[in-house]
Design a protein around this ligand. Structure first.
Ligand SMILES: Nc1ncnc2c1ncn2[C@@H]1O[C@H](COP(=O)(O)OP(=O)(O)OP(=O)(O)O)[C@@H](O)[C@H]1O
Ligand SMILES: [Mg+2]
Length: 331
């Protein structure tokens, strides 16, 4: 079913064409009037149907108008030459109105989508918050139970605690993603943040027989950042690298200057990320891991973006992956 505007445009084009062809050929007034009234359906089509609508209507009207130009060539000299200019103008008006309307429509669509996402995010974040309290209750009760049980039952309690921890991680990641905290900037050294990330993740890496090596320069400029959030970024990157590393290999953390920026790199010798997946891994909920939420990289990218920095993943020269965060030096 076509919308009413479609029929208004068709009717206006038809009425104007009939009027134009039946107007007395010796009276330029009517011809001038109809020629200009043709702009109305073109503008309406451009506004309603965008560039495509504007172009098709301009073409249809030029097509309807063409025989008139040829027919009246002998009688209405002045108009005939003016008419030739009129047709490109029909197209110009159709194109400009269409482009402006398309752009407007895209902007309002993305605004609507952002608002919808925000509402869903807020609702879900509220729910996630409510889930955290019962989870804490389940965990502490299970631990209490563990201290009183023996033998095979203790294993079951361990499973409960492990699963609760996994749920907690999912909820925390989700909360962090849906309700980002505002940045609290201050001067900090990426090397110091890396140092604390290494201390935190050394035991995790050791459990997988992977080593973490940190290479920091003797002197290093400060960056202006929210140290807690940047730490979160580096934890996500180092954890990904450790999880991707085969046993017996090392994850290398490197800090260096790069123009007016400071760069932190995390290099692993894992299987690497296929090129056609390098973009997808930043999508929220994209994961290839059992028990992964797929939010690590999207959270990291958002935080780095809010700092005005950049986060890149690329194949590292010796195979594996190199993740690089760049932040501006503080002034
Ligand atoms: N260093 C890496 N080497 C190989 N693949 C990687 C590496 N880093 C990320 N990936 C791929 O990108 C995907 C998304 O990573 P992301 O950190 O966003 O989520 P995740 O690690 O799967 O889950 P989590 O939310 O627990 O971090 C991973 O599942 C993995 O396939
Ligand atoms: Mg991850």
């Amino acid at each position: 079913m076509r919308q009413p505007e479609f029929w208004i445009i068709v009717a206006a084009g038809a009425v104007l064409t009939v009027g134009h062809y039946t107007a007395p050929t010796d009276d330029p007034f009517w011809h001038d009037l109809f020629r200009r009234l043709y702009y109305l359906p073109i503008i309406l089509a451009g506004l309603r149907y965008g560039l495509k609508g504007g172009l098709i209507t301009a073409a249809a009207i030029s097509f309807a108008f063409m025989p008139h130009v040829l027919m009246t060539r002998q009688t209405l000299y002045v108009q005939a030459s003016e008419s030739r200019f009129e047709m490109p103008l029909y197209f110009l008006v159709g194109i400009v109105t269409g482009i402006v309307a398309d752009r407007q429509r895209r902007a309002s669509e993305s605004l609507r989508r952002a608002e919808r996402l925000k509402t869903i995010g807020e609702m879900a974040a509220g729910m996630a918050h409510e889930i955290k309290n019962p989870l804490a209750g389940i965990r502490s009760s299970a631990q209490l139970l563990a201290s009183r049980t023996r033998g095979g039952d203790a294993e079951l309690v361990d499973i409960i605690v492990g699963e609760v921890d996994l749920l907690n991680k999912v909820v925390n990641d989700f909360l962090q993603y849906a309700r980002p905290a505002p940045l609290k900037r201050g001067p900090a050294r990426l090397g110091d943040i890396m140092e604390s990330v290494k201390t935190l993740l050394d035991p995790v890496a050791a459990g997988r027989r992977v080593e973490i090596e940190l290479d920091r320069p003797d002197s290093e400029p400060e960056v202006s950042c929210d140290a807690d959030q940047v730490r979160q970024v580096l934890i996500n990157l180092v954890l990904n690298a450790v999880q991707a590393s085969p046993e017996g290999t090392a994850v290398r953390l490197k800090i260096d200057g790069h123009g007016d920026r400071v760069r932190a790199s995390v290099i692993d010798s894992g299987p690497g990320i296929p090129r056609d997946r390098l973009r997808a891994v930043f999508e929220p909920f994209f994961t290839t891991k059992e028990g992964g939420t797929g939010l690590g990289l999207s959270i990291a990218q958002r935080i780095v973006g809010e700092h005005g920095g950049s986060l890149r993943l690329e194949p590292s020269p010796g195979g594996g992956t190199r993740a690089t965060v760049e932040l501006s030096k503080s002034r």
